[in-house]
Design a binder for this molecule. Structure first.
Ligand code: SAH
Ligand code: SF4
Ligand code: F3S
Length: 436
């Protein structure tokens, strides 16, 4: 069970691959699983609450099936004190391991099973990048490919650098090699993953500066048989001209940039240690839009950061109104112990945070709907993922701009690239007809 971001989705594929090598098979239902692993997130308090909720359900299951092994891994145990907390609050958990111990999973699992005792393995230090771990792709058509591990940015609210370690880039040959083998196995779309893709390569090639990622994009774009290249997450401070040129000129690189702004107030951005101003952010978006016609821009926004006044928050609303994002992920600030912002005075009251996020969501939902309506009558290219799980008789897929499109079709359409004329547009999806 995976919680959290694409990094965890991807790590879970590796865990599943290791289990398959050990002779296990995937089970759709924890009810009849011998091993259940929760790959956890700790970016916000709510992420941990969800994990404990699941652990509560599993406790009941395990009471009826004592042989079941329950593991907890990922970012949560890596947070200081959290591994012990799991042992205390959920003594039915047999195995706890951190993000830096991912490759030890088979050994740790054997230890639990053979020695019938709980095992905890949480290293404080990230090791060298381990290449060549098996993976069981969740999806053969689309795949995540890590380009950098960890993060060095230390945004003042964020726990990721503490639980994922220093930023380490994979060698370009390793990335290209992995994409080539995915494509040989039928993959058509890759998403290059890093907490800040724009700093790719800095650790081994300082001279490349911001150009390391641009170069990598060009190399991946040249891989035959691949149709689409995505990447996330971009950082406004490091989003340079070389990258804009690369996305504009590489045909497979999709017209979508996920560019978290976090706040529209310079005072708050400064306290967040983001390294850019709202004006710089607007400028980056303007340049990208000029270079890449039709590009979709999405973002992440935090409300209620310590010290955020009503005036600061209005600047966020103004930025949202002006930039007109295609979509935004909005979060209420959650203090994470050990991060600088958690100790800032002037924490914002919960009611104020709730009221602000409701205003922000209402504004953004209106904009998302209006932006989607601009697609009416247009023809969009859709990579079909198969039957829509929630809409009988429909197939679904995504545009190059990452919008969900539904149309009459079936699972048999999976993997096709079709052109769809948009006839209806809501906030969450576009509806259309395939153009023969
Ligand atoms: N590396 C990416 C995103 C990492 S976490 C980036 O730099 O944008 C995903 C999002 O979670 C962040 O963009 C931020 O908006 C949100 N987030 C991180 N820490 C948070 C916290 N303590 N409280 C609320 N939201 C947080
Ligand atoms: Fe967290 Fe900032 Fe790193 Fe993103 S760039 S993971 S928000 S520290
Ligand atoms: Fe991702 Fe959550 Fe870890 S956002 S990096 S899974 S703390």
């Amino acid at each position: 069970m995976t919680f959290g971001c694409q990094m965890n989705e991807h790590d879970s594929e590796r865990l599943a691959g290791m289990l398959e090598e050990m002779g296990y098979e995937p089970s759709g239902d924890p009810q009849d699983a011998d091993v259940v692993v929760l790959n956890t997130c700790t970016v916000r308090e709510t992420a941990e609450t969800r994990v404990y909720g699941r652990l509560g359900e599993l406790k009941r299951l395990k009471a009826g099936r004592p042989g079941m092994v329950i593991g907890v891994c990922g970012c949560m145990p890596q947070r200081e004190g959290a591994a012990n907390e799991v042992r205390r609050r959920a003594p039915h958990v047999d195995l706890v391991f951190g993000t830096h111990n991912l490759d030890e999973f088979p050994t740790l699992l054997r230890e639990v099973i053979e020695e019938r005792r709980p095992v905890v393995a949480v290293s404080g230090e990230e090791g060298e990048i381990v290449e060549g771990l098996p993976r069981r792709p969740g999806d053969d058509l689309k795949a995540w490919v890590t380009i950098t591990h960890g993060c060095d940015n230390y945004c003042s609210y964020c726990i990721v650098p503490y639980v994922r370690g220093r930023e380490r880039s994979r060698r370009p040959e390793a990335v290209v090699g992995e994409v080539e083998s995915l494509v040989a196995a039928g993959c058509r779309e890759v998403t290059l993953l890093g907490q800040n893709v724009n700093s790719y390569g800095r650790d081994f090639d300082e001279a490349a500066g911001g150009a390391g990622f641009a170069r990598l994009l060009r190399r991946v774009n040249d891989i035959d048989g691949l149709w689409r290249v995505r990447y996330m997450t971009s950082h406004p401070r490091d989003f340079g001209l070389e990258v804009i040129e690369a996305i504009a000129s590489c045909g497979k690189v999709c017209e979508h940039v996920h560019l978290p702004v976090q706040s529209g107030s310079d005072a708050i951005l400064e306290l967040m240690n983001r390294g850019y101003t709202a004006a710089r952010y607007r400028d980056v978006v303007a340049r990208v839009r000029q270079a890449v016609p039709g590009v979709a821009v999405t973002t992440d926004i935090i409300v209620g950061f310590p010290g955020e006044t009503e005036a600061d928050f209005r600047q966020t609303l103004d930025l949202v109104s002006d930039v007109r994002f295609d979509a935004a992920f909005t979060f209420v600030y959650s203090p994470r112990a050990g991060t600088p912002a958690a100790a800032f005075p002037e924490q914002v009251a919960e009611e104020v945070k709730k009221e602000r996020i409701a205003r922000l969501i209402a504004l953004q939902n209106g904009i998302t709907r209006e932006e989607n309506q601009k697609e009416l009558g247009r023809s969009v290219e859709v990579l079909v993922e198969g039957a829509s799980p929630k809409n009988p008789g429909k197939a679904e897929g995504r545009t190059r701009t990452n919008k969900l499109v539904l149309f009459a079709g079936s699972q048999g359409d999976r993997g096709k690239l079709v052109n769809v004329r948009v006839v209806r547009a809501g906030t969450w999806a576009l509806h259309g007809e395939v153009i023969p």
